[in-house]
Design a protein around this ligand. Structure first.
Ligand SMILES: *[C@@H]1O[C@H](CO)[C@@H](O)[C@H](O)[C@H]1NC(C)=O
Ligand SMILES: *[C@@H]1O[C@H](CO)[C@@H](O)[C@H](O)[C@H]1NC(C)=O
Ligand SMILES: *[C@@H]1O[C@H](CO)[C@@H](O)[C@H](O)[C@H]1NC(C)=O
Ligand SMILES: [Zn+2]
Length: 968
């Protein structure tokens, strides 16, 4: 799917250090639906109660039996979350009619019917088909395709726990025979962001309703009864009934639209071409009054749909411009042509994930697809580019070839998260965007994967069964670690060999399902065919990275040439109780350079090895993990560390930009793990007064965020601010000069980001000139709201800073601008900035707004709470708020939403005292009966993190204070 409720890769503008804002804007990327799966919780405890009974329907006889649910602890086939291996669908014929107006009782509904043709592969007298929250409205009929009479349906059960309809038959279905099951049903078109749901928006006070879908991972069954597992691929013939004023879209191209009369209404009946063989989770049905722009790319029709106002304002143009180019790029990269006749992309006002790769009809949040050069920042543009690339990458990897089951999700999402950089680089070659994977994925996921509570990329099939377990695998490990290890693999194989194997895999398994080892097999064939030299089989190398959690820190002693590796744990005292089949030993490809000269790759095969070439003496130096292409951290002997520090101070450009960012990030994290002194980590930031590049700065600021989190409530805050001010002032002045006092935009994409860093840090550390400047800009805007004088790149920072310095007047102005914003990216900047207020009652009021969907859309509620928690003033308020409203928040967001884990992590990340820990444990105990749903892992992580923070503070406080005071 799109991407998780991840911390935004690109909008990392508003920072902790503003005394507000997010470390990076939280955006919705991934898993969806926050609906009420959690409500089934009680039912899960007593599974039999979940079994409701309904009247049955029969094909032949008039007899209607009702099966009473048994009360014994049942172990029936319908109590299992996986479908039995008896029936395999071949194709469906689905007609749906969503009502965009409420019925007389105020309910929005859809009606529909569906026929599924399936083959019986093992005889059975049961039909299990997924269905959730659908009411059947007519008799269900079963027939045999060979013309002979089918068994009759003797009774039917609705199993809400496992979300099945179960039909009991009078006789067995025969293996090898084909059958047809027809159902008619009604469902609610709720605003729950899952299955077939509705999204609303207003134009001049008039409400418009859109019917749309989000099926992944388990909500196709909420739209029509289906065999809702990714390996149950079938052909879908879709028909939508809709108002003639609206347009209907689905995966296939529309082939016919006729006027019909249904229930006294004149409707359009739009039929779509049959889909390719595909998984249910990739289906999409949309009825809207949207408008489109389009063009042809070769034989493929490319369309961008959005609200009419957005299209008329040209906001879809950028997406339209780059889509064809990226599609072509992936066709070449995969060596496989785009499998469909059209590629639609649509921006929805309400969408929980960032985007969803429905085959041929990709759905997006507005911020992920729409771009306006007048008001969008370069970060917004980058996000549109990379998300489009991510989703288009899935059209082959994920859609054409699909994982057999959700336990292999990491392969699907990790792959798309890696190649999105390649696709985006092709669309915007000047950005150097491929480098950014190091900051956005590798470094970020290191933070999670260094915890003892992390988990391996791969899970067993039987560990991922329930819908909320499936949702939980859409996490940073799957996306970012998946991307990191696949990039490492592509790098050590070379891209040529990697794509050779990849293309063979895609062509061999097209329209089918795979497990991740199938990819290794095809890559191995490419290795064998090209005579590529590897120290072991691909599966042997990759098993170490896929089957065990975490990653190694490799220590290179340049005095002796000895190398050692150990499992890197952020808290060295944490207990790893998860066993590893490889005893936490990795096969590590080490790319390295000695005093500027790149060396051959060195394969570290064991925990202790020796390489005499890595001996270094005098002022010579060694850097390992070039380009951070490997998924590991590096430590050195003190002699080499000192040489590197000296080099940074004298000629930092001798080390590549990415590795400068790496040295800082590794040093800070090694210090966190108490492998090196915290002062050594701080020493890597001394040279920053001369650094002008974005990546090292971003790496340092991300790490210093931790210092702000730990110290912004202590007396060390002052010296910390003074040190930052001293380091950042030269950068501020540099950008002031090259932009002629911030009136021009720096040419480079990364320079534009770094300008924002300079401004943000200068203002927040108290550079007077900076504060005067941003408040003046905001004031100008407030005095003339129709002309915003602030450059889009700088808006997040300027808004946040001005609101933090201001009071109710500034906040209320921002609120008014938020409500009238015509493009979602602008609204999002304001929404984040409003959390920067330093006035408690304003923040409390803002928190309350998150409970009111007319003020803050549901999709934005959790991220807004996190923004408030990022603010040192807002943190205790947000914590009180979620404790007070836990039941509601859990009900609304706890079921399956990935954002929920972020909420827990976000609100507790400053926790660093025994008192905080007690509160957190109390919270866990108090709410055990309500539950934590998809956030249960996050609760454990938060407790572990809090304990580590407590230790860190005790050990480092004095040392850091002394170092800072000496440095200023
Ligand atoms: C769907 O359409 C295909 C192609 O027209 C047809 O072969 C198939 O039988 C249809 N499926 C159903 C269930 O009607
Ligand atoms: C499904 O519903 C549509 C719309 O009501 C109707 O036209 C069609 O005949 C139905 N299909 C079947 C097989 O009942
Ligand atoms: C389905 O049936 C239940 C129970 O009768 C009812 O509460 C619900 O409103 C129905 N749903 C729809 C969409 O008609
Ligand atoms: Zn994805």
């Amino acid at each position: 799917m799109g991407k998780g409720f991840f911390i935004s890769k690109t909008v990392g503008i508003v920072g902790i250090v503003l005394g507000a804002g997010a470390v990076a804007t939280i955006i919705a990327l991934s898993v969806v639906y926050s609906q009420e799966k959690s409500k089934n919780k009680e039912l899960e405890i007593k599974p039999t109660e979940a079994t409701t009974t309904t009247t049955t329907t029969t094909t032949t006889g008039p007899t209607t039996t009702t099966i009473q649910s048994t009360t014994s602890a049942s172990n029936e086939v319908w109590d299992k979350y996986r479908l039995p291996d008896t029936l395999i669908p071949e194709s469906y014929d689905v007609t749906l009619w969503p009502r965009l107006k409420p019925d007389s009782t105020g309910l929005y509904i859809f009606t529909g019917n569906s026929t599924v043709v399936f083959k019986c592969v093992k005889e059975t007298d049961l039909i299990l088909i997924h269905s959730n929250k659908l009411n059947l409205t007519a008799d269900t009929t079963l027939s045999a395709l060979n013309g002979s009479p089918a068994p009759s349906i003797t009774s039917m059960q609705t199993i809400s726990k496992t979300q099945y309809l179960v039909f009991h038959l009078s006789e067995k279905l025969k293996a090898g025979e084909w059958y047809k099951l027809h159902t008619e049903f009604v469902g609610e078109l709720a605003d729950d962001l899952g299955g077939f749901y509705r999204s609303e928006y207003e134009v001049n006070g008039v409400k418009h309703v859109v019917a749309t879908t989000q099926m992944q991972p388990t909500d196709a069954r909420k739209a029509f009864p289906c065999f809702d597992e990714p390996a149950m691929k079938a052909v879908f013939n879709i028909t939508l009934l809709h108002d003639p004023e609206t347009i209907a879209l689905s995966n296939g191209r529309e082939i016919e639209s006729v006027k019909v009369t249904e229930g006294g209404e004149t409707l359009n009946k739009t039929r779509f071409e049959s889909t390719e063989r595909m998984s249910t989770y990739l289906l999409a049905f949309i009825v809207s009054d949207f408008k489109a722009i389009e063009k042809m790319e070769g034989e493929v029709l490319i369309r961008i749909f959005a609200r009419k106002e957005a299209i008329d304002a040209g906001h879809g143009q950028y997406a339209l411009n780059i889509t064809g180019r990226i599609l072509k790029f992936f066709e070449n990269y995969y060596n496989a042509s785009y499998p469909l006749s059209k590629s639609d992309q649509i921006a929805l006002p309400d969408f929980n994930a960032g985007a969803m790769e429905n085959w041929g009809l990709i759905t997006y949040r507005e911020t992920a697809l729409l771009y306006d050069s007048e008001v969008s920042s370069n970060g917004n543009k980058e996000r549109v580019t990379t998300i489009i690339a991510h989703e288009l990458a899935h059209m082959w990897f994920g859609n054409l070839v699909t994982i057999k089951w959700w336990n292999d999700l990491w392969l699907n999402e990790g792959f798309a998260s890696y190649v999105e950089y390649l696709g985006a680089d092709n669309a915007e070659p000047d950005w150097n965007i491929k480098d950014l994977i190091v900051l956005y994925d590798v470094h970020r996921v290191f933070a999670v994967d260094a915890l003892a509570s992390s988990h391996p990329l791969s899970s067993r099939e039987d560990e991922v069964l329930r819908p909320e377990q499936i949702s939980e695998v859409f996490d940073a490990i799957s996306y970012s670690k998946g991307a990191s290890v696949l990039r490492m693999l592509s790098d050590f194989l070379t891209e040529a060999v990697f794509v050779k194997g990849l293309s063979s895999y895609l062509n061999h398994f097209k329209f089918e399902n795979t497990v991740y080892t199938d990819l290794w097999d095809h890559l191995q064939q490419a290795v064998n065919a090209t005579g590529t030299n590897l120290p072991a089989k691909i599966s042997d190398i990759m098993d170490r990275w896929v089957l065990q959690m975490g990653f190694p820190v490799v220590t290179i002693d340049t005095a002796t040439g000895k190398l050692t590796q150990s499992h890197f744990l952020l808290d060295p005292e944490s207990v790893v109780d998860r066993p590893s089949p490889f005893n936490y030993e990795w096969i590590v490809p080490i790319q390295w350079m000695k005093t500027g000269a790149q060396q051959n790759i060195y394969w570290m095969m064991n925990k202790n090895t020796e390489n005499n070439e890595m001996k270094v003496s005098g002022s010579d130096w060694l850097v390992a993990n070039l380009n951070v292409s490997g998924y590991y951290r590096v430590n050195y002997d003190m002699g080499n560390w000192n040489n590197l520090l000296r080099l940074l101070l004298t000629s930092h450009e001798s080390i590549a930009v990415i590795n400068r960012a790496q040295i800082i990030d590794d040093a800070f994290n090694l210090a966190r793990a108490r492998i090196i002194q915290t002062t050594l980590a701080l020493n890597t930031t001394v040279y920053l007064s001369k650094e002008r590049e974005y990546m090292p700065w971003k790496s340092a600021l991300d790490n210093l965020d931790y210092f702000y989190l730990m110290f912004d409530r202590t007396e060390i805050y002052g010296p910390l601010q003074a040190y930052i001010k001293q380091q950042v002032e030269p950068l501020f002045l540099y950008f002031k000069t090259i932009t002629r006092n911030f009136t021009e935009v720096p040419a480079g994409h990364m320079d534009q980001y770094n300008e924002v860093n300079a401004l943000r840090m200068a203002c927040s550390s108290g550079v007077e000139e900076c504060n005067t400047l941003v408040q003046k800009w905001f004031e100008e805007w407030r005095n003339n709201p129709s002309i915003n004088p602030i450059h889009p790149n700088l808006r997040s920072t300027v808004y946040c800073q001005a609101i933090a310095a201001g009071g109710a007047t500034e906040w209320d102005f921002a609120w008014a601008m938020f409500q009238s914003a015509t493009i979602a990216t602008e609204a999002d900047k304001l929404r984040a900035a409003m959390a920067c207020s330093t006035t408690p009652w304003i923040l409390n009021r803002y928190l309350k707004y998150t409970l009111d969907p007319t003020k803050i859309r549901k999709q934005d509620a959790t991220s807004t709470i996190i923004y408030v928690a990022n603010n040192v003033v807002g943190q205790p308020l947000a914590w009180d708020f979620i404790r007070a409203n836990w039941e509601y928040i859990y009900r609304e967001y706890g079921g399956g939403s990935f954002s929920f884990a972020n909420l827990i992590n976000g609100v507790t990340k400053r926790f660093s005292t025994e008192f905080d820990l007690k509160q957190l444990e109390q919270f866990r105990n108090d709410n055990e009966h309500i539950g934590f749903g998809s956030g249960s892992m996050a609760i454990d992580q938060s407790i572990e993190r809090t304990k580590a923070n407590i230790k860190w503070l005790t050990q480092n406080k004095d040392e850091v204070e002394a170092w800072l005071k000496a440095a200023i």
